[in-house]
Write a protein that binds this ligand. Structure first.
Ligand SMILES: [Zn+2]
Length: 191
């Protein structure tokens, strides 16, 4: 039995949007985020993080710091009994200043590389029941690029996305006020 899967953005979706996070302690969960992930865990829906993290390519911190931030996220979720089934990040940026990360990769959202990798890594994930939740138009486009349903959250940059939404080529399937509402919609949509 394959599992439905929700691909989750990080900054502005699970944790507060505060720009590039150089100090680990500034990574703070959005209220209700852990509870929402726990709901996915309880419903046997896979929760997989897919996040663009260009801070290392821009020279703001080493790539190991991206991993440290993701570990902190994992710890904060664990404190509230929630867990992620997978965790992917894209450290690349074509115009980056760190040579090994300054590349036009296949994983930077809205490209579907991280999602495709998740399906390769875990054959239990059901690509026909896939969702993307994020606060940017790139998350909505990612959903389109991998035939998933898109939920835009209005936390983070989400409200700004909506304010400029007339230029969008791709609309989300649902707009949610936060990650909790987004996941409730997913759970209901799966029924
Ligand atoms: Zn990449």
């Amino acid at each position: 039995m394959k599992r439905p899967v929700v691909f989750l953005d990080r900054d502005g979706t699970l944790n507060e949007e505060v720009g590039y996070i150089t100090d680990l302690s500034r990574l703070v969960l959005i209220h209700g985020a852990a509870q929402a992930i726990r709901l996915l865990n309880q419903h046997n829906v896979a929760a997989v993080l897919v996040t663009n993290q260009s801070g290392a390519a821009r020279g703001f911190y080493p790539e190991s710091h991206i991993q440290a931030l993701n570990e902190r996220l994992t710890e904060l979720l664990k404190l509230e009994g929630a867990y992620l089934d997978g965790l992917y990040y894209c450290p690349h940026l074509p115009q980056g200043i760190v040579p090994y990360l300054a590349q036009d990769c296949l994983c930077r959202k809205p490209k579907p590389g991280m999602v495709q990798q998740a399906f390769r890594d875990n054959s239990c994930l059901d690509s026909a029941r896939a969702y993307v939740i994020g606060d940017k138009s790139t998350d909505v486009e990612l959903a389109r690029n991998c035939q998933a349903k898109a939920v835009l959250v209005t936390t983070g940059f989400g409200q700004q996305v909506i304010d400029g939404s007339y230029q969008w080529k791709v609309n989300p399937d649902f707009i949610a006020s936060n990650i909790g509402t987004a996941i409730s919609w997913v759970i209901n949509d799966l029924k």
